[in-house]
Ligand binder design. Structure first.
Ligand code: 5GP
Ligand code: MN
Length: 343
């Protein structure tokens, strides 16, 4: 975000517009954390603002300050659509292509509002008047901190805002260990702790809050794991039946894909989840080093994301999706662009 962007944004905010803040479908800690932090900041600046989520999200995020203010489309669709239709300024956070807003995509496309994108994924679309996109940032929450800083308002970050931002940075960095965790990330995190974020409480709320079913579903997933030595690839499948057996709740499969990378020789980990209600296979990819799973997700599975973490989907059966993956895997691994040259 350069000086020109700050000028445009300041001019937009001076008009006291009606504001909506939108996370991506199935928001994670970074998406909800960044939306609630920005919501609280804009409220402090006396703005008329509301967070509208395309779908519901896991219980382990519902303790966040001001969670009750979030309007969830799947719970209250008319109110969510009215809010968007009446908005004059719309922030889209933690995604960079309108299709990721899922249930809200059409309403966003139809909107006459000015858009501001704040995001850290690869290859942003160009729908926004202000695009603050930095794929080297650990998380959108890190960018929200910098955004508030650029507007000269760091002193407005209170304990609630700090708690939301800390949560997003912690979840998107895998507790401060993924490759985009930098000295800047740690400086921001230190500042958030000084402002009142409680690391051990936040970690307990997010990570040590499993149901027994969720923990046993993880056991099932690990049992289903297959490692292909030749391609240094670990994959997990979870069928709709597996999910049913363990009384699946939203968020229960979050983080499961990462276990594949625990294998020393594994460079690529994949999970295929048969989502019964949506009749699609949700796919998550994770990698080590410069193996670029954003390319894998974009080229073969209508998805995208980051170099080391991305997602996609398939409308085929679980069996056919897996067969397709196994067919394209050697081809993908032989592409020059499968190995990102920037890291
Ligand atoms: P996950 O596998 O945890 O759903 O997503 C991993 C990362 O990829 C997240 O940053 C997420 O926002 C992104 N991602 C997941 N699915 C998609 C998708 O379909 N398209 C794009 N562009 N990004 C995705
Ligand atoms: Mn993120």
């Amino acid at each position: 975000m350069n000086l020109q962007d700050i000028k445009i944004l300041t001019e937009l905010l001076v008009k006291r517009p009606k504001i909506s803040i939108i996370p991506h479908k199935n928001p994670d800690g970074d998406a909800i954390g960044s939306c609630l932090a920005l919501y609280q900041y804009l409220r402090k600046k006396q703005h008329d603002v509301c967070v509208v989520s395309p779908t519901d999200y896991p219980d382990f995020l519902k303790w966040l300050p001001d969670n009750d203010s979030v309007l969830v489309f799947t719970n209250n669709s008319q109110e969510a659509l009215n809010q968007i239709a009446n908005s004059e300024l719309i922030f889209t956070l933690d995604f960079n292509s309108l299709y990721r807003a899922d249930t809200l995509t059409e309403a966003l496309q139809a909107s006459k509002a000015d858009f501001v994108m704040i995001d850290h994924h690869q290859q942003p679309d160009t729908y926004a008047a202000v695009t603050y996109s930095d794929s080297t940032a650990s998380s959108t929450c890190e960018l929200i901190y910098k955004f508030i800083e650029k507007l000269g308002d760091v002193e407005l970050i209170d304990q609630d805002i700090a708690t939301c931002l800390y949560t997003g940075i912690m979840t998107d960095t895998g507790s401060f260990k993924y490759s985009l965790t930098t000295a800047t990330t740690h400086r921001i995190v230190a500042s958030l702790i000084e402002k009142g974020a409680n690391p051990s409480l936040i970690s307990t709320n997010v990570f040590d809050s499993y149901s027994i079913d969720r923990l046993q579903l993880l056991g099932k997933a690990l049992d289903n794991l297959v490692f292909i030595e030749q391609y240094q690839t670990a994959y997990i499948t979870l069928s709709a039946n597996d999910l049913k057996q363990f009384n699946f709740q939203k968020g229960d499969t979050e983080g499961v894909v990462n276990y594949g990378l625990r294998i020393k020789q594994a460079d690529l980990a994949v999970i295929f989840i048969e989502e019964e209600n949506e009749k699609i296979i949700k796919i998550s990819f994770r990698s080590k080093g410069n193996l670029d799973v954003n390319v894998l997700a974009r080229k073969y599975f209508s998805g995208g994301g980051h170099i080391n973490a991305s997602g996609g989907r398939s409308e085929e059966s679980l069996e056919d999706t897996l067969a397709y993956f196994l067919k394209i895997l050697p081809e993908f691994l032989s592409l020059p662009e499968a190995y990102n040259s920037t890291i």
